[in-house]
Write a protein that binds this ligand. Structure first.
Ligand SMILES: C[S@@+](CC[C@H](N)C(=O)[O-])C[C@H]1O[C@@H](n2cnc3c(N)ncnc32)[C@H](O)[C@@H]1O
Length: 1021
């Protein structure tokens, strides 16, 4: 392809891509995230859209561009749906969705996809373009490139990621068009074959025909249904694809493991066990009683089935007696009262200050508990058992037998692990450095859980060991049965992935999800935090966290992947560093690198590494080489290469060194990308963008490595329901930055000329983006890439008035962002019309308007607020303290119980890099500082918003003379910006609110005084 503009450099279906990316989190069957957890996996919709728009040339005319974008992403439509509320009422809810296109989950294999595949090949002269992802992680980008028919190279330094990539891309593509007869044990199992035929759509009599053809005459009675002449009697082939062979061998493993493990999970009263609930224990430092550490005593909180665990001191106060209180009454009163009541009824022994001893009420601080933990003196106690009742989960106390059997598992461990390479997982849990966002991610260590085996109960270890043992046995039997080696490797690899799924739902980090009657994951967020009360699944049972569910999720992914990549070239999956470039040239590099200290990939994923190493050993020499070390590679100081994250523990705690090492490493990785890219190729880099300053460092590294940045699209991938309603305030989780190679002939530029050129070009883009409905922080980000072109087309930009000095990316972007926010504020102040941009409004008021326009007075995610603050030359800290404008409203956005969560119950929790805490604007009457709205003589005038708020206080106090005096001293009557601000604030305030009434009164008063504005826009102050 020649070096003409690509579609992504001109336009992008931002809203549709964001909507479909967010939606993707709700639907799971066959989705990549259900194969194996990997942190920060990007949505397939976003990856697909970015790849298509990068690989296709821009058609050069608006009409054709519009058609392509619609074929790609469909249209945005509003739908009204009825939703049943918990109290039975039906509520109408409006949702914004996409219609058409190929981005939405389920529409990815439509005819339009073939159309795009053909256009892409055409654009590359009839061949498949070569695409590289050097930080491929969980494989979303390469999978989508394969779907588009590209020749893909996926690289990751982490052996777990590399192995996941093989399972995600390589095996499905290799075996997509092959079928083999199911193994004999499967053909002889009525249970298995019934599942097979049912999945193929057979039921009732037709199903019986199929089963009988295999000699599996049922014990079932024939139903009274008449034999219809249309019943399919042709016998369906038992030549099955890879997904079914994974199911079959998974079923085999399950039968073996079940036989060994069954006695450890007794069924009581005929009701199958779903989970055992546990609490860690500590000895009270005062009365020596054994104290259960419980964060909550709620077992179930659903209406009509509210159950709590009761905890009372035993007769001699040496410990506690547990009980189960069924049918806890619903609380009365308003929301706050109900919450308070439930908190009291189900409060645990743990609180922020530590644990309270139920026998003597002594508080054991976190430090006390840590001390006991480090001395190896924390214990565990089984508190309750969840069983499958007739039509719902039931909760009861454990029997003596159950308690005994849980302990007995320990005796079996050495026998089972003797047969497994590397034995019990004694390897250390990583220390993890203290990160900018808080302490280490590995708080388990503080409580003495320092080896990986420590975060599992003996029975969990026994179960995992047993599944590992039989998974390892599969390959030999498959060999004997004549499976080709590529089948043996693939099937056993998926079974190893299934063991990892089991581990994720089978450690003591998993808690009971009270709202959903389910076991949670180890990685509900990317950390290993200590848990006090935890849930243990029945590994072999077909219930929450069990093996049958795990194998099904894996098989569903295999099926989906085979459909997606049956006709594309073989992918190349490499375990290597992005710092060393592959020895070939690529047409596009699309990648999502690690972002500073946001996620400790290798440390966290060592949780899986230790199990994979044990399960996979001996499967192939390549895999053995990948997993030869006891833990995954970190940073190699000698080779100056390794995992690129900002992790100070690798630099003796030196944060500066660690940060500099990360930044230098990223620069080298971008240099490697430059070497690996065709002269007319494109590099697309995904960034989590919480801190603009850190982002700027990486952008300058890209420019230094020889790239021109010419596009940037913010894509939302995460939104709670509440945020979703505020469409203009969307939280964009990532920015996709588009770059091309800078010609070697490019010459240094001069700041004045570069800024002029940027201004000329950007104003047109801003109008386009505004007209395309792009709002909020997205607007700032969308403008950033195109603006950067004027700057980055020069290797350096010199300052005209300062000899020897260069204009930095940060300085340049400061100009860009100010232009952008002035444009937005101009639109806000003039209610979308009138002034193109506003000048002269002070920084704080500009920030206030941007924030208020996007988020109102609601809590807002900190990321966009930092971006706005920086754009206004401020910081979030200054807005909180010095200007008293923002209030912090807590940690991560509260997780709301939504459909989304229900749907993700069995999928993985995808955690994005760059999410964070919340802030909100203070109400005018919460801003009580005596100095607000006044400024010392000679000092710059107080921010205009402070002056308005001061006026509101004065007006409320009722002394008009003071109001007039203030207006006169500040010259507000003549200040056009003041009048515009008043008007904008009135429109932003809620109808009927005191705020609005006050603002209207002040506005009327100012008009009545007859002091008309005499200064043109923006010239006051
Ligand atoms: C943000 S993640 C990629 C996620 C991926 N886009 C996905 O959708 O799953 C960044 C990846 O970079 C990998 N990584 C870190 N340092 C690396 C290096 N030097 N070379 C190659 N990969 C590296 C990490 O292991 C991690 O998988």
């Amino acid at each position: 392809m020649n070096n003409d503009q690509r579609l992504i450099e001109v336009a992008f279906p931002l809203k549709q891509t964001s909507l479909d990316s967010v939606h993707e989190k709700n639907v799971r069957h066959g989705h990549i995230s259900t194969l194996h957890i990997w942190p920060a996996r990007r949505p397939l919709a976003a990856s697909r859209a970015a790849l298509i728009a990068t690989l296709l040339p821009d058609p050069g005319n608006a009409e054709e561009r519009k058609q392509i974008l619609e074929r790609l992403a469909g249209r945005v439509v509003t739908r009204v749906k009825k939703k049943k509320l918990p109290d039975g009422r039906i509520e109408e809810q409006t949702s914004v969705e996409t219609e058409g296109g190929i981005l939405h989950w389920g529409r990815e294999n439509s005819d339009d996809l073939n159309w795009f595949r053909e256009r892409i090949r055409e654009a590359y002269g009839g061949r498949a373009p070569k695409v590289l992802d050097p930080f491929a992680g969980g494989g979303a980008i390469p999978l989508e490139a394969m779907r588009l028919g590209c020749e893909v190279t996926a690289v990751d330094i982490n052996p777990v990621a590399w192995f996941i990539l093989k399972c995600t891309l390589e095996y499905p593509q290799r075996l997509a068009n092959q079928r083999r007869s199911l193994p004999a044990f499967a053909l002889e199992s009525r249970e298995f074959m019934e599942g097979y035929f049912k999945a193929k759509g057979f039921k009732d009599a037709a199903l019986r025909v199929q089963l009988e053809s295999l000699g599996l005459n049922g014990q079932e009675k024939r139903t009274s249904q008449p034999q219809l002449p249309t019943i399919r009697t042709d016998v369906v082939s038992v030549e099955a694809d890879l997904a079914w062979h994974v199911r079959a061998w998974g079923w085999w493993v399950l039968q073996q493991a079940k036989a060994d493990l069954e006695r450890f999970y007794p069924t009581v009263d005929g009701k199958p066990t779903v989970a055992y609930l546990w609490a860690r224990t500590v000895t009270c430092k005062n009365c020596r009683a054994i104290v259960p550490l419980l964060k909550t005593r709620w077992l179930n909180k659903k209406e009509g089935k509210r159950v709590v665990l009761t905890v009372d001191p035993n007769a001699d106060s040496t410990g506690v007696i547990f009980g189960i209180q069924q049918d806890v009454p619903m609380p009365k009163g308003n929301t706050v009262q109900r919450k308070e009541y439930d908190k009291r009824i189900g409060g645990g022994t743990m609180s922020r200050s530590g644990a309270t001893c139920p026998c003597c009420s002594t508080i054991l601080t976190k430090e006390d508990i840590q001390h006991e933990g480090q001395a190896g003196r924390l214990g565990t106690v089984m508190t309750a058992v969840v069983v499958d009742g007739q039509d719902r989960k039931e909760y009861r106390l454990p029997t003596e037998d159950e308690t005994r059997l849980a302990d007995e598992a320990e005796k079996e461990l050495s026998r089972v692990f003797a047969e497994i390479p590397f034995g019990l997982p004694e390897e250390s849990v990583p220390q993890g450095a203290s990160r900018a966002s808080g302490g280490s991610s590995f708080t388990v260590r503080l409580y003495g859980l320092t080896r990986w085996r420590d975060i599992f109960t003996p029975r969990q270890l026994l179960a995992l060991g047993t599944f590992v043992k039989y998974t390892r046995a599969v390959r030999e039997i498959m060999d004997r049965q004549g499976y080709p080696s590529e089948w043996v490797e693939a099937v056993d690899a998926y079974l190893a992935i299934t063991v990892d799924r089991l581990a994720d739902r089978g450690s003591t980090i998993c808690t009971w999800t009270v709202g959903w009657d389910k076991i949670g994951h180890t990685f509900t967020r990317f950390a290993l935090p200590i848990t006090w009360d935890f849930a243990e699944s029945v590994a072999s049972a077909d219930s929450s966290g069990g093996y049958p569910g795990a194998i099904e999720w894996v098989a569903m992914y295999v099926r989906h992947a085979m459909l997606s990549c049956s006709t594309c070239p073989s992918p190349e999956v490499m375990q290597s560093s992005a710092i060393s470039s592959p020895k070939q040239l690529f047409d596009a590099i699309v990648t999502d690198p690690p972002y500073y200290d946001a996620i400790s990939y290798s440390d966290l994923m060592d949780f899986f590494y230790i199990w994979l190493r044990r399960t996979l050993q001996g499967l192939s020499s390549e895999i053995d080489a990948g997993f030869q070390l006891p833990q995954s590679p970190k940073w190699d100081h000698e080779r100056n290469d390794g995992e690129l994250i900002d992790e100070a523990s690798r630099f003796d705690g030196d944060r500066q060194k660690s940060k500099a090492n990360y930044e230098a490493g990223m620069f080298r990785a971008f240099q490697a990308c430059h070497q690996a890219l065709n002269p007319d190729g494109r590099l697309v880099v995904v960034f989590a963008h919480k801190h603009p300053d850190a982002w700027e460092t990486l952008v300058s590294a890209i420019i230094r490595a020889g790239f021109v940045v010419d596009g940037s699209w913010p894509i939302q991938t995460e939104m709670g329901n509440r945020t979703r309603a505020l469409s203009s305030a969307a939280l964009s989780s990532s920015v996709w930055l588009v770059c091309k190679k800078r010609p070697e002939t490019a010459r240094p530029g001069w700041d004045t000329r570069v800024l002029e050129e940027m201004q000329e070009k950007i104003i047109l883009k801003l109008r386009d983006f505004w007209d395309a409905g792009i709002r909020g922080p997205d607007f700032v980000w969308a403008a950033t890439g195109p603006a950067l072109e004027a700057y980055s087309k020069h290797p350096i930009v010199k300052k005209t008035n300062e000899a020897g000095q260069v204009l930095s990316v940060s300085e340049f972007l400061r100009h860009v962002r100010r232009m952008v926010v002035d444009f937005v504020v101009g639109r806000v102040l003039s209610s979308n019309g009138g002034a193109e941009a506003v000048t002269g409004l002070d920084d704080v008021t500009t920030y206030y308007l941007l924030h208020r326009y996007d988020f109102g007075m609601e809590s807002a995610p900190i990321g966009p607020c930092i971006l706005y603050a920086v754009s206004c030359g401020l910081s979030d800290a200054a807005l909180t303290t010095r200007y008293d404008l923002l209030a912090r409203t807590g940690g991560q956005a509260a997780v709301e119980e939504s459909d989304e969560e229900e749907a993700t119950g069995d999928g993985e929790v995808e955690v994005e890099e760059g999410t964070s805490s919340m802030v909100r604007l203070k109400q005018w009457n919460q801003r009580k500082s005596a100095g607000m709205g006044y400024s010392a003589a000679g000092a710059p005038p107080a921010p205009l918003i402070d002056q308005v708020h001061r006026l509101m206080h004065l007006w409320k106090a009722g002394d008009v003379s003071k109001v007039d005096e203030y207006l006169d001293v500040k010259g507000l009557g003549h200040n056009m910006l003041f009048h515009q601000l008043l008007q904008a604030l009135i429109e932003l305030a809620a109808v009927g609110s005191e705020e609005r009434a006050l603002l209207e009164s002040i506005s009327n008063h100012v008009v009545a005084r007859g002091v008309l504005p005499v200064y043109p826009l923006g010239l006051m102050e």
